[in-house]
Ligand binder design. Structure first.
Ligand SMILES: CC(C)(COP(=O)(O)OP(=O)(O)OC[C@H]1O[C@@H](n2cnc3c(N)ncnc32)[C@H](O)[C@@H]1OP(=O)(O)O)[C@@H](O)C(=O)NCCC(=O)NCCS
Length: 148
């Protein structure tokens, strides 16, 4: 583990951060998905609220992608999602994800969001524990799926 000793700065995540995000994702999940992230970051730029990166000494060490709803699919405007987040392994457990979430939380509040959803694989204990610690509870939505 490396200690984030310098000041961690938050900035808006843009397509220019594609390589950094791709690297973080690959280091966490083991697969390089540059094309996937290109599409995700393009979409993030029009998602209603800015997605964010945490930067230490000019290097991105974590990011969070979120979106706030318009009136798509009958979903009211007061709903937002955390789409994904990732922190470089060596900087985990130092409050970086909490910092990113807090900033996104206040941006959501400013645009009138009152409920934030997140979908987490139930076997993903790191994410489940993290969301539990920062105050998420089990929601009323039921996850349905059909294999084709
Ligand atoms: C889950 C994750 C985002 C947490 O990031 P982090 O920067 O380490 O989290 P923080 O340090 O801000 O932790 C906030 C709180 O959650 C707790 N927490 C975080 N990860 C935890 C874990 N694995 N187990 C138990 N508690 C955990 C912290 O202890 C802290 O609680 P406290 O403030 O009460 O002490 C990080 O582990 C990660 O990126 N995991 C991989 C996520 C992933 O697969 N993303 C998809 C690909 S990009």
């Amino acid at each position: 583990m490396e200690l984030a000793t310098g000041p961690v700065k938050l900035k808006v995540l843009t397509l220019k951060d594609l390589d950094a995000v791709t690297d973080i994702d690959e280091s966490l999940l083991g697969t390089r998905r540059r094309d996937y992230w290109e599409v995700r970051l393009e979409r993030a730029e029009v998602s209603g609220v800015p997605s964010l990166a945490a930067e230490l000494d000019g290097r991105i060490i974590g990011f969070i992608l979120g979106s706030a709803s318009g009136w798509e699919y009958g979903i009211p405007e007061n709903i937002a999602w955390i789409d994904t987040l990732g922190i470089r392994k060596e900087y985990q457990k130092q409050g970086i994800a909490r910092l990113l979430f807090r900033e996104m939380f206040s941006m959501f509040k400013k645009v009138g969001v009152d409920t934030i959803y997140v979908f987490v694989n139930w076997r993903d204990w790191d994410l489940l524990k993290f969301f539990d610690r920062i105050g998420f509870k089990r929601g009323d939505m039921i996850n349905l799926e059909m294999k084709i």
